[in-house]
Each structure stands twice: as structure tokens, then as C-alpha cells.
Design a protein around this ligand. Sequence first.
Ligand code: NZQ
Ligand code: ZN
Length: 393
Amino acid sequence: MQSFTYLSPTEVIFGKDTQNKVAECVRKYDGSRVLLVYGGGSVIRSGLLGQVRQVLADAGLACEEFGGVQPNPTLEHAKKGIRSALEFQADFLLGVGGGSVIDTAKAIAIGAANPTADIWDFWCRKATATHALPTGAILTIPAAGSETSNSAVLTCTATGSKRGLSSDLNRPRFAIMNPELTYTLPVYQVACGVTDIMMHTLDRYFNPVDNELTDAIAEALLRTVIAKGRIAVKDSHDYDAMSELMWAGSLSHNGLTGLGGPGDFAVHQLGHELSAMFGTAHGASLSTVWGSWALSVCHARPERFARYARNVWGLDGAGVNDLAMAGIRSTVKYFAGLGMPVSFGENPDIGIQKDEVLRELAYRCSFQQTRTIGTFDVLDVKRIYEIYREANR
Ligand code: NZQ
Ligand code: ZN
């Protein structure tokens, strides 16, 4: 086991009607002037926004709203939010929605606490943020895990780059998780969420280090998400399935399922370029390339893929290489069964691309050939290009 520091300080308030506790949560973490961040309108249609507004008002908390966050949220929109937060003199950011909303709330929290900075410098590692306003979340989709993660992902539309900032400043103070708030989700978003939850653990599990306890936790999480995901795409009103997915979404990305190893996250890096260029949903960007990535890296440690096939998919019998391949096939088949695209051609936002586009994607993913990605197998620009080419069918 490699050395690690584990911090997961977010208070989780889980269960039916927990959104009614939002005012006490804000007060507990010293908030009095709340900037409430939300997305494209799902929380208006579901009535959640009105409910939260009322609970905050009844508790005497000042509240201003900042909506309009789009999936794959932009830097430009977050900067507008920073201006709103400063004008309102917000001292607390509350994200009500999914990963895009919560990430925007986190970005505003950093920007409002560093009003003279260009926050993109933090995302590009040109500067280090040292303080942020406190944030909290009311989650409406089990997916990104932003409600407990240390990460916030933004897209700069001017440069077409999608970047994540990992910092403990990004850990929300609290996460309110009521599985009933997910009932209004479209099936496609449920499937995108299931894919992303699996991928946060897969991108940690496939790394160079074996750790018995961490790996067993990861495998249990994956088995649970696979089983409950099948139910959730058929019936998003299944409280048990949505509960398990919601909790799994947080555990999958708060660090737990990769402790003691370096993680890999190549698939996330490959996917981010697809979302940046084509605007495809995050979960779909991952399913589009996972199979091609797995085929490309499997040779590095086929025994790891064989263990995955045995312990996650219940496969057995064949030799290591055959078992490894069977595990990859099961995973791709599962994503396809959820209705997720597993190639460029199947992804309606992308489609089959010309070779020059694949080369540009690889160039961008390698940060203009200044970095490699992955640890399970280290991928340079050429390997990255080959993976995109394999997925381009
Ligand atoms: O915007 P609204 O109208 O709310 O609609 C959203 C959006 O269209 C809708 N939705 C959410 N909850 C709903 C609902 N519709 C009906 N009923 C509900 N209960 O779903 C759509 C997708 O929402 P979004 O927030 O974009 O989804 P998700 O949670 O998957 O977040 C994706 C973003 O998070 C980033 C992704 O890159 C992407 O930008 N990630 C953030 C991470 C983090 N902060 O730790 C880690 C992840 O790997 C990921 O990169
Ligand atoms: Zn993700």
C-alpha cells in the first residue's frame, strides 16, 4: 500500500425530505448570505427550488439565486456567478443540482474569495488557490460525485479546454442526498450517472498497485452499481436502487475506492477532450472510449483485468488473457445495455470523425504533447491517438 492522506470531511445528510434541513446545515457552517446556484431549470420544474427558497427564508437567511448552469459548465458562466456573489456579498455557496451545478458553486466560492484573481489560472496550475467560501450541495443526480469530491471541472469555451481543479478547498461542507429528488431524471441521465460512478472506481482500480482491502471495496461498489443501475434505467422511481446509486456515487469519488494506489484516470482525460470538442455528456464521453482504452492497456497487466472479470462480473474458467477479454466485453456490453454509446459512431454528439480530428483530440489530450496520461499503462500522444482511432467506428 502506498502512503496516503485521506480527507473526506463532508457531512452527509441522507434520506427522504432531507432538503428541509438545508437552513440548519447552512447555519452550522456559518452561512448567512446564500448564493443558490442551479442549472437549466429541472429544479424549478420539480418544485425543489421553491421549497429550498422557502426553507431558507423561514430561517431568516438572505438568499440570491444564480441559475443557468449548463452541463459541462463553462468558466465564462462561473465568472458571472463570481460577480453575482461579490455584489450580493455572499458568504455561502449552495449548489442545488448535479455535478455541473455543484462544480460551478465551487468555482464561484474560489473566485469570490480571490476577487482579483483570474480563476482559470488555478485550473491551469499557474497559481494555487489558498482560500474559498464554504459550499454545500443538494444533490439531484447520482453521477459525478462532486457533492463529496475535492474536484471541480470547468470548460473554457474560448480555448476549448476542459480542466479539473483538485483541491481540498473544493470539499463541500455538507451534502444533502434525498434519493426521491432523482425521480424526475431522464433515463439517459440515469445511465450517464451509472457510467460515471463506475468509471470513478474503474479509473482508480486499474492502476499499478494491488491493495486487498481497497480493491475489495472497489469490487463491491462496482457489483452494487451494476446491479442497481440495471434497475434504475428501467424504473428511476425505485427508492432502493436510487439510494444505493446515490451513496455509491459519493463513495466512488471521495477517494475511498483508490486508497493506497496512484489511480489512473486516463479514461477521464480522454473523455474530457470529447466533451470539450463535441459537448457530449460526461458519462457518455467515458463509455465512448472505455472499451478502446481497455483493449489498448490490457497487455500491461492482464491478471488485473482477469481479477476484475472474476470478482466483479463473476466470470471464471478461461486462462488469464481470455478472462481479461471476457471482463472487457462484459463491461462494454453492460454500457451498451444501459443505452450508452460505446464508440464514436454510436455517440450522436460525435459520429465518425476524420483522422485529422483524432490527431487534434490526441494533441489536446496530451496538453500539446507536454504530458502523458495514466499509470496502469502510461499513454503518450501516439497511444492516445490510437485509442481514439480504435473508438472511431
Ligand atoms: O440543468 P438542469 O436543468 O438541472 O438539468 C440537468 C442536466 O441537464 C439534469 N438533471 C439533474 N438532476 C435532475 C435533472 N433533470 C431532471 N431531474 C433531476 N433530478 O441532468 C443533466 C446533467 O446534469 P449535470 O449536472 O451536468 O450532470 P452530472 O452530475 O453528471 O455532472 C457532470 C459534470 O460534472 C463533471 C463532468 O465533467 C461534467 O462537467 N464532473 C465533476 C466531477 C467532480 N466535481 O468531482 C468529477 C466527474 O468525473 C466529472 O468530471
Ligand atoms: Zn467522472
